[in-house]
Design a protein around this ligand. Sequence first.
Ligand SMILES: NC(=O)c1ccc[n+]([C@@H]2O[C@H](COP(=O)([O-])OP(=O)(O)OC[C@H]3O[C@@H](n4cnc5c(N)ncnc54)[C@H](OP(=O)(O)O)[C@@H]3O)[C@@H](O)[C@H]2O)c1
Length: 343
Amino acid sequence: MRDFRARGLIYDRETETEAGSCDTVRCLFGFEGSRAALGNVLLINGDPPAQGRMSGKSRCRERKTAAPDMGGKSGGAESMKEMRLGFIGFGNMARAMADGLLLKGAVKPEQIYACAKHYEKLCGAAEARGIHPCRDARETAENADMVIVAVKPYLVAEVLEPVREILQEKIVISVAAGYPFDRYESVLLPGTHHLSTIPNTPVSVGEGIIVCEEKHSLTEEEFAVFSEIFSQIGLVQTVPTAQLGVAGDLSGCGPAFAAMFIEALADGAVLHGLPRELAYRLASQMIVGTGKLQQASGSHPGAMKDAVCSPGGTTITGVAALEQHGFRSAVISALDAVRKKQM
Ligand SMILES: NC(=O)c1ccc[n+]([C@@H]2O[C@H](COP(=O)([O-])OP(=O)(O)OC[C@H]3O[C@@H](n4cnc5c(N)ncnc54)[C@H](OP(=O)(O)O)[C@@H]3O)[C@@H](O)[C@H]2O)c1
């Protein structure tokens, strides 16, 4: 039996009319997976809807109502629209995620709560986005359904310790590098539903990657809601625990490497007279287009390179120059160095 907060409409089961609305009501749900269904519907002391993902019985201390028909898949979508997200830590990564979610309309500003170390600074960032600033992790966790842990890895245990009881009733999503499932098990209380992820900064424009550890303790429904929200800002990719680190390195550090490539390409073009802004614009779009082409075609990257290199042509001359300067081995070494630093 899990105790959590839900928002929503309250229906009077006997008259089958809307009896009012509630912002936060404490409920007791006697079945697993029900948290994914929290949203615009409050299921209280009635039989669960016949469809959708909910099953079992629920009870609530406050009012006697029953949920209206949520309608299969749309039930999940409605839940998502009401899901309250709480960021513990609102630095670069949390802001990138919040910005992407707001840009894509995945959540409304009023659905986001956040805390940071420096409250005044946080207020500025919160005001700019219309989200709720919170004084501390406790206030954030209390107000959220899904809590995103976005402090530096060395602070995770210290910051979560005072809110472990609250988190036991929430969906906990970590973005901290080097914090897989098993490590969280020693930080969080038994039974806490949690998932370790590694996002990258392009989530801020809805083109990111969120690498997720295969081993997690979210219910199927909770993971579905998580995916529904976060797939709007990037590719949600699940990997085995052993691959979480390297997949996170590729997607998390990759933007720095790609940005260096864009800059270097532009430098080469500027050397030959192209205005810098134009050079950046072309280089960036070239990266976007090449990535999309690879995704759409599923082509081997080597074949894509071959397709642009005509015999004795100009592109192969450039490819040969890159090889002479160890381009590919430099990139491989970069990822290798990152990985070794994490070990
Ligand atoms: N940046 C990336 O590209 C990236 C990629 C993948 C994963 N990650 C992960 O994301 C997490 C955050 O990284 P970041 O780059 O966003 O770091 P960051 O910019 O330094 O942000 C860290 C945030 O934690 C806050 N904080 C510090 N102590 C706190 C406390 N006691 N209570 C609440 N909040 C506290 C800081 O508050 P103040 O702002 O007030 O100092 C700041 O908002 C890390 O675990 C990292 O491994 C980052």
